[in-house]
Write a protein that binds this ligand. Structure first.
Ligand SMILES: *Cc1c(COP(=O)(O)O)cnc(C)c1O
Length: 393
């Protein structure tokens, strides 16, 4: 049995393409071509060259000596925080902008919540000289002013979504509406391993460069390709999918996915999808999502904007349901403590999303000779005002 997607676009019971009929031609065009395009030698070369020269890959695999000593085990950090724009998201947007060009598209749309994916998309559109429209909830535009400014500086048009709760899901609805109206010239860049097939698989493949590099780097440093565990935080699940990808079907490598418990799993203010989620359909795929008795999607909450999502991608729903992955939820307070601690022990200020992954060492014990790789998905610059408020800095 494999934990990769099957031919029909499913991971176990999860995935598929549950879309309005009007969107079918767009999604089908992508589905029928994405694998052959990705396998072209010229595509691979252009992708790899940009990852090296523009994104700054390979990112280091860093042995965190003082952190390891504190927890009595061997911890390596995969330094996605050192990517251009400060997180892993750009690995995917570089891949998708090249895909859009191969498909003959000259207009890009995207949705964004916290603005990180919007910035990563605006960045590659500037790089390629392609028109970029980013849909963003009106409330998120107010909350995330620095990222809105970045997108504008990069030449993108930021369009406020004014319906519903004026947040991410409303921005997604606007983006889908746009795509239905502009099927010929427009590619929709989705920012995580979510959405209708083939998006979860395509995004996972673009992010899989992370675990490809971990294998080579661990071979060099530890004389083995496989760690005992690989750990990553999960919002939609793209940095986790990238870190897990080449280990999914190697059972002796433990997979640990870390979700945001917000103010506590039972507090009504969390984003702990594996603990609280039920099967349902969101953004065109069948997965686990937080919902009320009558199937209304619950507003998620986390102190980290990137984990503030009511579902997980179908790959992760299947890792949870099948027991292949171990899921741990971390509260705001524990994540903030872990972020502050990494800063003091290693001189690295992590994104608050990544701090969730680091916090598991307080509750999950590992053996002294075990090798644990934690995907440090992003840097903390964007979170400075949250750290300042929280710690009274
Ligand atoms: C967006 C983001 C995440 C969450 O998204 P995934 O798709 O789950 O990876 C995690 N970390 C950082 C730094 C982010 O910007």
């Amino acid at each position: 049995m494999s934990y990769q997607v099957n031919k029909k676009g499913y991971y176990g019971d999860f995935g598929g393409a549950y879309i309005p009929e009007m969107l079918y031609p767009n999604v089908e065009e992508l589905r029928s071509q994405y694998l052959s395009i990705m396998q072209e030698a010229s595509f691979q070369k252009e992708f790899k060259d940009l990852l090296r020269d523009y994104v700054g890959r390979p990112t280091p695999l860093y042995y965190a000596e003082r952190f390891s000593k504190k927890y009595g085990t061997k911890v390596y950090l995969k330094r996605e925080d050192l990517c251009h724009t400060g997180a892993h998201k750009v690995n995917n947007t570089v891949g998708q902008i090249l895909m859009a060009k191969r498909l003959g598209k000259d207009r890009i749309i995207a949705e964004t919540g916290a603005g990180q994916h919007g910035v990563a998309t605006a960045t590659v559109c500037a790089l390629m000289g392609i028109k970029c429209i980013v849909y963003m909830g009106e409330i998120d535009i107010e909350r995330q002013a620095p990222n809105v400014a970045r997108m504008k500086m990069l030449g993108a048009t930021v369009v406020p979504a004014k319906s519903g709760s004026k947040t991410l899901k409303d921005a997604t609805n606007e983006a889908i509406r746009d795509w239905i109206n502009n099927p010929v010239d427009t590619h929709y860049i989705i920012g995580s391993v979510v959405g209708p097939h083939p998006y979860p698989d395509m995004v996972a493949r673009f992010q899989s460069v992370v675990s490809e590099e971990i294998k080579n780097q661990l071979q060099e440093k530890e004389k083995r390709e496989n760690p005992d565990y690989v750990v990553a935080c999960v919002g939609g699940g793209s940095n986790a999918a990238g870190a897990f990808y080449h280990y999914l079907d190697i059972p002796k490598v433990g997979i640990i996915a870390v979700e945001a418990a917000g103010k506590g799993i039972q507090s009504g203010e969390s984003a702990a999808t594996s603990a609280l989620g039920k099967e349902g359909i969101i953004h065109g795929s069948k997965t686990l999502l937080m919902q009320s008795e009558d199937g209304q999607i619950t507003e998620p909450y986390s102190i980290s904007a990137g984990l503030d999502y009511p579902g997980v991608g179908p790959m992760h729903a299947n890792l949870f349901r099948s027991g292949r992955g171990e899921f741990i939820s971390i509260t705001d307070d524990d994540a903030m403590k872990a972020g502050a601690q990494l800063a003091k022990l290693e001189g690295i200020i992590p994104a608050i999303e990544s701090s969730h992954a680091l916090a598991i060492f307080e509750e999950r014990k590992f053996k002294p000779d075990e090798v644990i790789v934690v995907n440090l998905s992003g840097r903390g610059d964007k979170d400075l005002s949250t750290y300042i408020d929280y710690f009274n800095l």
